[in-house]
Design a protein around this ligand. Structure first.
Ligand code: ZN
Ligand code: ZN
Ligand code: ZN
Length: 795
């Protein structure tokens, strides 16, 4: 790995593409100062950082400077976009204003520095070649959905890109998934093997063209091509072939932007069932690709901010409330009032949907829990037993990027899975961080690097259970480090000794800092909301390794300057069978109820979890709980959700992670009540070290009242609502005791929309300031960010 000082040693490679300097270094009209020359000439130096390259920023600046008759230059550097601009004060003012207002749509500006420098008396405005000496900190742009201009060309029979699946421009197209190295120039992308034809070269070289320096620029004459397998059809015929397969109810594997997608007609029950069987995915809802907004409106209830997310250039999967009567196969998303929907985001999607204008299931091209397949051989091999027809192309994918998942939470977009369209945009921190590599958790893994005041978070890698996903994890680390010439000084990882990421960190030979799981969650939430300590973090999830070696997960952490105090947690209970309890909510229920009822529990046959277990199973569970064998202790809020889901008879065994809690949330749909069960806070006294021990939230009164409701025949809908409200009231109770104004809500449990929104609302009513996740997932996909920030504090 190179150090930052060596960054850019390779230099900008744009010259290798187009040696015609005059086209790159385009000169403006001579600035005419004579008649209207202002009395005072000033010169500003402007540095914009963030995702500012490859988005058409230089032509925009050029155009603005021309219109205002200003002199100077603009260029890309390793740090971002640099501008020097000179002219009269009033004109400069206009320029600065317009620079903000007329920013290219795809640009993401993270910082803007303007300083006054001495005028140099220039009379031209120029676009200069890239500066090769600055260190590499420029943000890499995520992939962008096809823009309206490109779409127009795609469907225009007179256009030379009519029906061409790889159409793009500076406003749209692949970025992160084709990037091999920084700076973002064509020879540093997977487009390097395609030689531009004269027409494409002209567009690429002209500052007045929409495709000026559009690195993936291509046309049917010079760019990538498409074909189908087994019938070797090319281009439009390959798309037609895929559409016919969908009509027949077959499964199509489509090599897309960030990897393969598996498509099947979403209205065809038998076809969707077949996909489930072949993919080994029993019940987890499938995402849908819908041909148009009109089609989305037909199937879902869409609010204006949700519509905005759908049509945004990130083009994520948006979780939308489904309409009751619809023509979709029930197998798409059983028992969920939501559908995950996206709109076509690549020219290939648009071409396919034009031929097959119906909703299709569009799910990652993998077998359950494996990473997404990206290369042609890999896809054909790994998806051989799943897909009937393949649509492949010869534009290599530099790194896998799944479709991102977003929902509306508390009126704002919240990313649940962060990949295509968002990765690797940086989170800017309040202070400079040392060079930390954070390797994340074990589930929903992402990794991050801290560079100056920016933390770059990788795309979603996934669960690190398989050899393939661990390889993908290692590649994600190598990839980020190589792109930014990053040499970590230390590695931040979880405390859990069994996480694959922790083991990788321990084996790396570099200094490591182990960050407690929930502390990382809270720091991630604070970092993305740009709030400083002190704050109260509410970190609720399924499982996280605690400082005392037990399983934490219902935590209230009082974050002070560079440390935290465990202010409160849920009363602990045992999970008979350990890991097995994660898949069987009834085990969590048995462990929790055993604390209350003891041996009596096994005779309470009217309770759903007891009922669902056979006599030998009950016997075994009893022994584990009595003898405290293979029954670890936990304070997990996620497991309390599981226990209640089991108790009210909603789910005894789950088919995918988080299912029981999701179904418990769905159960309260339509219930409007402020009723709750009692909350009891207990002091746990002083610990051995004379430190004040955490407050305990005792769920016993809650459970007793809940069991009473069950026996009185109260509906599971009402019980679910009252239970959710009680969980929120426990937050209020602790917040009052800790008396800290800022409250950060984080952890997988806060993917529960009712819980998150009600907690924020109640906290506000009580005079607190609630914060929650938006750009970074509340689940373990966000902890790499928290690890980086927390580790930096200890360094
Ligand atoms: Zn475009
Ligand atoms: Zn061409
Ligand atoms: Zn977690």
């Amino acid at each position: 790995m190179l150090s930052s000082n060596e960054a850019y040693a390779g230099g900008s490679s744009s010259d290798r593409i187009d040696n015609n300097k005059s086209s790159q270094q385009e000169r403006g009209r001579r600035v005419e100062l004579a008649a209207t020359a202002p009395a005072v000439i000033e010169r500003f130096r402007i540095l914009l950082t963030g995702a500012v390259q490859g988005v058409g920023f230089r032509p925009t600046v050029y155009r603005l400077a021309q219109a205002l008759r200003l002199a100077g230059w603009v260029r890309n550097s390793g740090a971002g976009l640099e501008i020097e601009i000179e002219g009269g004060a009033e004109q400069l003012d206009h320029f600065l204003h317009k620079l903000k207002a007329e920013r290219p749509r795809a640009a993401v500006v993270t910082t803007e520095e303007v300083s006054r420098i001495a005028p140099s008396g220039g009379v031209w405005f120029e676009i200069l070649p890239s500066d090769e000496n600055a260190p590499k900190t420029v943000a890499v742009l995520p992939d962008l959905a096809t823009c309206s201009e490109c779409l127009r060309e795609l469907v225009d029979p007179a256009d030379r890109r009519f029906g061409y699946a790889f159409t793009n421009c500076t406003l749209c197209g692949p970025r992160y998934t084709i990037l091999i190295d920084i700076p973002y120039d064509r020879p540093n992308t997977t487009m390097r093997s395609f030689v531009l034809c004269p027409a494409c070269r002209r567009e690429y070289g002209s500052a007045h063209d929409r495709r000026f320096h559009a690195q993936p620029n291509a046309c049917p004459a010079c760019g990538p091509r498409l074909w189908s397998v087994p019938e070797q059809e090319e281009g439009a015929s390959a798309v037609a072939h895929a559409a016919e397969a969908l009509v027949r109810g077959q499964i199509v594997a489509l090599k897309g932007v960030g990897g393969s997608q598996l498509l099947v007609d979403a209205r065809n029950s038998a076809a969707v069932r077949r996909l489930r069987e072949r993919k080994h995915r029993e019940e987890k809802p499938f995402a849908l690709l819908m041909p148009s907004l009109a089609s989305v409106f037909e199937h879902c209830i869409v609010s204006p901010p949700e519509e905005e997310m759908l049509v945004s250039q990130a083009a994520p999967i948006v979780l939308l409330r489904r309409k009751t009567e619809c023509d979709l196969a029930p197998e798409v998303a059983k028992s969920s009032p939501y559908l995950g929907v996206m709109l076509p985001y690549s020219p290939l999607h648009h071409l396919l949907m034009a031929q097959y204008p119906f909703p299709v299931v569009a799910t990652s091209g993998n077998r359950a829990d494996e990473p997404i397949a990206i290369e042609n051989d890999e896809a054909s091999q790994r998806l051989r037993d799943i897909a009937d027809v393949f649509v492949l192309h010869n534009r290599p994918i530099a790194r896998p990027c799944d479709d991102s998942v977003v929902r509306l939470s508390g009126g704002r977009p919240q990313i649940l899975r962060r990949a295509r369209g968002y990765a690797p945009l940086a989170v800017v921190t309040a202070r400079e961080l040392p060079r930390v590599l954070a390797v994340g958790g074990h589930l929903k893994n992402t990794v991050a690097i801290a560079l100056g005041r920016q933390v770059f978070l990788s795309q979603h890698v996934g669960d690190l259970d398989s050899v393939e996903s661990r390889r993908a994890f290692e590649r994600a680390i190598e990839d980020l480090c190589r792109l930014y010439r990053f040499e970590p000084k230390l590695i931040a990882c979880d405390l859990h000794p069994d996480y694959a990421s922790t083991q990788w960190a321990l084996a790396s030979g570099l200094p490591i800092v182990q960050i407690q799981h929930h502390h990382a969650h809270v720091m991630a939430c604070m970092a993305e909301n740009e709030i400083a300590a002190p704050a109260l973090g509410v970190a609720w999830d399924g499982t996280g390794y605690g400082l005392d070696g037990t399983i934490w997960g219902g935590e209230f952490l009082h974050v002070l300057d560079d440390s935290f105090v465990r202010a409160a947690h849920f009363r602990t209970f045992r999970l008979p069978g350990g890991e097995k309890a994660i898949k069987e909510p009834r085990r969590a229920a048995m462990g929790l109820l055993y604390e209350i009822f003891g041996e009596e529990l096994f005779g309470m046959k009217e309770l759903a979890p007891v009922q669902s277990l056979t006599a030998p199973e009950l016997d075994l569970l009893g022994q584990m709980l009595r003898k405290k064998i293979n029954a670890p202790v936990t304070s997990s809020a996620g497991r309390i959700y599981d226990a209640v889901s089991s108790l009210v008879g909603i789910r005894q065994i789950t088919r995918f992670e988080g299912q029981s809690a999701m179904e418990l949330e769905f159960a309260l749909d339509g219930v409007m009540t402020d009723e709750s069960y009692p909350v009891r806070l207990r002091e746990s006294g002083f610990g051995a070290d004379d430190q004040q021990s955490p407050l305990i939230i005792d769920w016993e009164p809650l459970m007793l009242a809940l069991v009473h409701d069950l026996r009185s025949g109260v509906s599971s809908k009402s019980i679910s609502a009252k239970f959710h409200n009680t969980m929120v009231e426990s937050i209020i109770a602790v917040a009052r005791r800790v008396n800290e104004k800022k409250v950060a809500l984080t952890g997988g449990c806060f993917q529960n929309q009712y819980l998150a929104e009600r907690a924020a609302q109640r906290l506000r009513n009580e005079g607190f300031s609630p914060y929650w996740h938006q750009r970074i997932p509340p689940n373990d996909g966000g902890i790499a960010l928290g690890q980086a920030v927390a580790a930096a504090q200890r360094f």
